[in-house]
Structure formats: C-alpha cells, structure tokens
Ligand binder design. Structure first.
Ligand SMILES: Cc1cc2nc3c(=O)[nH]c(=O)nc-3n(C[C@H](O)[C@H](O)[C@H](O)COP(=O)(O)O)c2cc1C
Length: 462
C-alpha cells in the first residue's frame, strides 16, 4: 500500500506474523524513465536502496530480512517497460505482482491499475512478458492483483485467461472497480475463481474486508483459497497479523518509531503513519507534540523512548523468527567461508531464520577473504560474532543451533556430540601438492554437499 507499505511497516508486519509483505505500488517509469534507478547497498542501515539519479531519492528500500517474503508491486501498462523495471529489482525480491486493481484516476486514466481490466489483451501481454522474460529465467513468481468484473461469468473468463499466462498467483480484491472500500466486499464468486485458479496450479489470495489472521484462516477454509491479503486493517493496526490477536496501538506506535529509526525511514512518511495511528488513541498533548516534531529525537521524547543504533536492537526481527545461530569453525579454510556466502547458501540461511553466525576467527587478523565474507553475511542482516581460540568451546557450542566444522576438529565434534548439536562436517584432506591443497578446500562433505547437509538440519528443525 502506498505510504503505509514502506519498509518499517513491512518489517513490523513480518515481526507480528505476516507470512508475506507487498511493497507499495511503484510505476515502471519511476524506475526506468530517464536515468534508470540504481541499486545501492546502504551500509548505514543494512538495506538495499533503489535510488533515482540525479537526486538519488530513495524509490524503494528493502531489508535482507524480507528475503523470501517480499513481493514487489509494479504499476504498468506496457510490457517492455514492465520487464525493464522488473529486471532491476528481480534479484532482491521473491515475486513481482502487477497491480490491476487501482481505481484511482491517475492510474486508470493512464491505462494502468484497474484500467487494465478493460483491456485484457494488454494485461495478458504484460503478464506473459513478465513471466517469460523475468519470472522464468530468474525462477521467481509473477502474480497480479485484480478486482471483480461486472458479472460473475466475465470475472471467471478473465481469471481463465490470466491463469494461462503462466502467473503463479492472483489476488482478488472482491469489489468491482466502481465500488468504494466502504461498500462490503462481495465473495460470491470466490469459490468458483479458486477452482479455476487451482485447475491451472495458480494460487489465489482473497482481499477485501479481511480484519485479522483468524479471519484470514476462516476465509481460506470457507472459500478454498490459499491466503488472504489484509490492507486497511493493517493500516489501522499492523499487529493484526498476530496469531494471539491485536496489540494495543500505543505499543505498536513505539515499536514503529524504533523500526523507523533502525531503517532510517523518511521522516515525513514516519510522521504521516504515526499521526494516523495516534488519532483518538493518544492524549491530545502527545499527539500535538508528535505533529510538530521536526526530528526523530523529538519523536523519541514524545513517546518517552530511547534508541541507540549501537545497542543490539531486537527491532528488525521477525517475531516468528527462530533466530538460529550457526557456529563455524574452519580456521584454515577460507574457501569454505567464501562458499558460505554463495547466494544459494545465503538464501537458505535467510529462509530458515538463521540470524547469527559465530565464527572461529581472530578479529584482529582477518584475511581479505575472511573480511569480505563477514561483510557479505552482515549485509544479509546476519549478525556476526568472531570468537578466538581462547573462547571456551563449551560456551560457544551452547549458543549455537548447528555446528559447521572440519571433519578433523575432534574437540569440537566431541563437544557438539555432548551437547547433541547437529553437525555439518566439511571434509578436508591433508596433502602436499599445491593443486591438491587448493582442492582440499573444496566442499567435500562426506559426499554430501554442505548446502544439502545444512538443508537437512533445517528440515529436521535443527
Ligand atoms: C491508503 C491505501 C493505499 C493503497 N495502496 C495500494 C497499493 O499500493 N497497491 C494495491 O494493490 N492496493 C493498494 N490499496 C488497496 C488495498 O490493497 C486493498 O485492495 C483495499 O484496501 C481493500 O482491502 P481491505 O478491505 O483489506 O482494505 C491501497 C488502499 C489504501 C486504503
């Protein structure tokens, strides 16, 4: 959702229990017209920013913790521009969703949003182009968000056509284009739409008047849909994703301010969202102070909060996250450390909530390769703790959920065994020849590649 769907709210939604989050709709031209948007790694707040030269305004900011859970929503009426824009972000998101539901004049007038529902040939051509040129080559899903058409049959015909484009999911906003959000959502066609989608192996998500997680589950059962998208209820109180029910908005607001600081959110956007949430929920004097605040410092004072980037904040973390820690002990195996930073391995760690890696390395004597690997892990939002040989093994292994070590590390293997921690063994051979020395660093893990051993540890829930 525009404005409310920026990074801090998405991270809070994940923390409170949302399974997936959508970015606000971004029109293709905002990314690719004139000078193309550039992808920048923001070391300060550990985010990936897409900025538009020459002003370098941040158009889209995402955090590594969204990996596997972030859907980029695109506004477009042109297959070439849609593909060009999607290619810019494809490596950082899990799916690309085409917005075909926005009823706003600026969108419909330009043939985008709900305007596409009046031109199904164009809509199909955009989806096909995205599927063939972005989705398939990068193995990510393409989806779209639609509204109902005027008749049940017209809606079903449209859904059939869309399913044939190769998309993986459809969100159905259960209102027609002229309907306002104040009118109740109409779910009478939903079961039939779900049947068609499933016959093409396309997932279907329901949207419109879904209030919370409990209701989402009930709708899935009742209509045979695969999930629900919550919009205004999340705009009102983003803790609606919690299994346990809503948190008081006063607490959510405090979490939100810290989250905004953590990811350096645009101050104007922070204030806009805060002021919405504070209406009727905070004493007038606090609301007024927030309204006139000119800095994050003043906002913190308003809510009697303190925040310090250097403290190990729990803010940017999913509440559902299990926060697994790996302990790596591979003193002489730099290649392994580099391999751990392989994209597939990093994805595996993110997907499985591995948020910390403890590495047996002396912080003062890191090689270039080691330094690079550590930075790479940090950029993915993984916290790193370096421990030297003097650190008691017993204490380190207690903190780790899985131990990755060389097959020759007998003391570590014995300690892991005592503590019943799963072990991923990296086999290294001792050799004299240079060529073999090189190879000895390769990942020979008892015939089973390390990534598969790790996957199996996660599958067994460690
Ligand atoms: C302020 C606001 C911003 C929205 N922005 C988007 C958007 O960027 N993309 C989108 O697909 N829908 C957007 N929507 C529509 C919602 O996603 C959703 O379809 C609609 O509000 C109905 O769901 P609800 O009844 O749960 O609110 C927006 C709605 C509101 C109120």
């Amino acid at each position: 959702m525009v404005r409310i769907g920026e990074l801090p709210t998405r991270l809070l939604a994940l923390r409170y229990g949302a399974d997936l989050v959508w970015g606000p709709e971004i029109v293709d031209k905002a990314l690719v017209s004139g000078e193309k948007a550039q992808r920048v790694v923001n070391d300060h707040c550990q985010t990936i920013d897409f900025v538009k030269p020459p002003s370098n305004k941040v158009i889209f900011r995402l955090h590594p913790l969204e990996k596997g859970r972030l859907i980029f929503q695109l506004g477009s009426c042109n297959p070439e521009l849609a593909v060009e824009a999607a290619k810019l972000v494809v490596n950082d998101v899990s799916a690309i969703d085409l917005n075909c539901g926005c009823p706003k004049h600026f969108s419909v007038h330009a043939g985008m949003g709900a305007g596409l529902l009046k031109n199904l040939d164009r809509l199909e051509s955009i989806l096909r182009a995205l599927v063939e040129q972005v989705g398939q080559p990068n193995n990510i899903g393409i989806s779209c968000k639609i509204r109902l058409l005027d008749t049940h049959e017209a809606t079903l015909d449209m859904v059939r056509r869309l399913c044939k484009t190769g998309i993986r999911a459809i969100t159905v906003h259960c209102r027609t284009t002229p309907m306002r959000n104040t009118e109740p959502a109409i779910r009478t066609s939903l079961r039939d739409i779900a049947e068609i989608c499933h016959s093409y192996h396309v997932s279907i998500l329901v949207n419109g008047d879904v209030d919370n997680r409990k209701m989402a589950k009930e709708l899935c059962e009742e209509y045979g849909v695969d999930g629900a998208v919550i919009a205004r209820a999340a705009e009102k109180n983003v803790s609606c994703f919690r299994e346990e029910g809503l948190l008081p908005i006063q607490q959510v607001v405090k979490d939100y301010v810290k989250m905004c600081l953590e990811v350096d959110n645009n101050f104007g956007n922070t204030k806009y969202c805060l002021i919405q949430w504070m209406q009727g929920n905070f004493p007038k004097d606090i609301r007024q102070r927030a309204q006139v605040a000119k800095s994050y410092g003043q906002l913190l004072e308003c809510f009697d909060l303190s925040w310090d980037r250097s403290s190990e904040s729990q803010t940017v973390q999913s509440q559902k996250s299990k926060n697994y820690a790996l302990f790596l002990s591979l003193y002489k195996n730099d290649n392994f450390l580099s391999t751990l930073c392989d994209e597939n391995l990093l994805n595996l760690l993110s997907k499985n909530d591995c948020t910390k890696v403890i590495i047996h390395l002396n912080a003062d004597t890191l090689s270039d390769t080691q330094e690079k690997a550590v930075q790479r892990l940090r950029k993915r939002g993984i916290r790193i703790e370096l421990v030297d040989a003097l650190h008691p093994l017993d204490a380190i292994i207690s903190k780790a959920n899985v131990v990755v070590c060389s097959s020759a590390c007998e003391s570590i293997l014995a300690e892991a065994d005592r503590k019943k921690k799963p072990v991923v063994k990296v086999f290294t051979r001792t050799t004299n020849s240079e060529e073999e020395k090189e190879n000895s660093n390769a990942l020979i893990a008892d015939e089973t590649p390390v990534i598969d051993q790790l996957r199996s540890c996660f599958e067994k829930n460690l």
